[in-house]
Ligand binder design. Structure first.
Ligand SMILES: Cc1cc2nc3c(=O)[nH]c(=O)nc-3n(C[C@H](O)[C@H](O)[C@H](O)COP(=O)(O)OP(=O)(O)OC[C@H]3O[C@@H](n4cnc5c(N)ncnc54)[C@H](O)[C@@H]3O)c2cc1C
Length: 365
């Protein structure tokens, strides 16, 4: 069987890896470049049990396990590392009475650590672009093909019940199965199939070259004076990712056209400077923004598309797409190859649980 995966983000790359590991012929079609969107611009933070009590719990636990195992399975080093995670608060007047864990002395006095949220047993991190690219390269080493192009439609059988390929820049690629993994742009597939909507939520972020100046601890900080929550993610490659606030800006049709709002970046930069001298402007490597894919109920779509045999979707992973990509890819490969997923129960992720989008809404913009 030939499987075409539409989208070369972390979900498409992991699906390609697990399908090709089973000897299945795979082509990934990507219109910009691998990890061009959120998968290259995310923090990369991973947690074992932060989805506990939600439909994502089993997917997250299996993914956390796979993230730990993949560096031994794939001949590439993407700086996976275990870490602590702390919560804290940024205050105007530093308190002399609170002390920080020894490894957090690099933080300004106005940052008060309030509790430990995760330990190296439960929290970890990957630089997401390197991870996504490594998974795609590993898939290619097992025979997967990466094709540059824009997916513009689906090709159906005479009775229209079966999907038998995709249209890429007006050419047809035949396929026994098609996977929609275009992140928030998966919403375009609702023109071609019966699918519920997918939205994009934008967040700005900064990436600093901090080398070894910043300890390997993730920080989740409240900043009441600014009315924001800040996330600080030091990564094993010597970069630190800082993000805060998300908004509902319109999703550009072209992923390459996603640019950060200069005001949001300026505000984020001022907040970062307040946290530590380690975040000096000359250390900024990237001022960026990206759209994470979200569904109406906050639960991803992973599974067969209702009413279109041979079509599958994997998107809507919101803030946990880097974490949950491996188990998504693994389960999807089982579903496509064997007819059922064994490693993770995909029932909570069935897109049929939500009402399909009226395609005329997309055509009218
Ligand atoms: C600021 C920020 C921080 C985050 N931090 C974390 C974190 O710490 N941990 C975590 O687990 N998750 C995090 N996330 C979430 C994570 O980034 C996303 O859930 C994940 O990257 C989504 O991956 P994806 O493959 O579904 O989509 P995307 O990364 O959006 O990839 C979709 C791909 O499809 C391509 N495409 C689109 N249209 C077409 C077309 N017509 N034809 C061909 N290709 C097409 C695009 O070019 C793109 O490369 C964060 C997100 C943001 C915004």
């Amino acid at each position: 069987m030939h499987v075409v995966i539409c989208g070369g983000g972390v979900i498409g790359a992991c699906a390609a890896y697990f399908l090709s590991r089973r000897g299945i012929d795979v082509t990934v079609v990507e219109r910009t470049e691998v990890a061009a969107a959120a998968s290259g611009k995310a923090g990369g933070f991973l947690a074992l049990d932060w989805c506990a009590g939600t439909p994502l719990d089993a997917l997250a636990r299996r993914s956390f396990e796979l993230h730990a195992a993949l560096p031994n399975e794939v001949a590439a080093d993407w700086s996976y590392r275990r870490m602590n995670a702390y919560s804290g608060v940024v205050v105007g007047e530093p308190s002399a009475h609170r002390h920080k864990p020894a490894e957090l002395v690099w933080l300004a006095d106005g940052v008060i650590i309030t509790s430990r949220l995760g330990t190296p047993e439960t929290t970890a991190i990957v630089p997401p672009r390197t991870f996504t690219t490594a998974m795609m390269t590993a898939a290619q080493a097992r025979g997967a093909k990466l094709r540059a192009g824009r997916v513009t439609g689906l090709v159906r059988s005479g009775d229209r019940a079966h999907v038998r390929g995709v249209e890429v820049d007006a050419r047809v690629i035949e396929a026994g199965a098609v996977v929609i993994a275009m992140g928030p742009w998966s919403v375009l597939a609702a023109q071609w199939m019966s699918l519920p909507p997918v939205f994009g939520l934008q967040s700005p972020s900064l990436v600093y070259n901090t080398g070894t100046d910043v300890a390997a601890d993730a920080l989740f900080l409240e900043y009441p004076d600014e009315g924001v929550s800040i996330e600080v993610f030091p990564r094993g490659d010597g970069t630190t990712h800082i993000t805060a606030f998300s908004d509902q800006a319109p999703l550009p049709l072209d992923p390459a056209a996603v640019t950060p709002d200069p005001q949001a970046i300026e505000r984020l930069q001022a907040i970062a400077e307040r946290l530590s001298p380690a975040f000096r402007p000359e250390r900024i490597l990237a001022r960026q923004s990206c759209f994470r894919p979200v569904t109406q109920d906050g639960v991803p779509f992973i599974g067969a598309v209702p009413g279109s045999k041979g079509a599958y979707i994997a998107t809507g992973h919101s803030v946990w797409g880097i974490l949950n990509a491996p188990a998504t890819g693994e389960a999807l490969a089982e579903l496509i190859a064997d007819g059922a997923a064994r490693s993770t129960d995909l029932a909570p992720f069935n897109p049929a649980r939500l009402r399909a989008l009226d395609p005329s809404l997309l055509r009218s913009g």
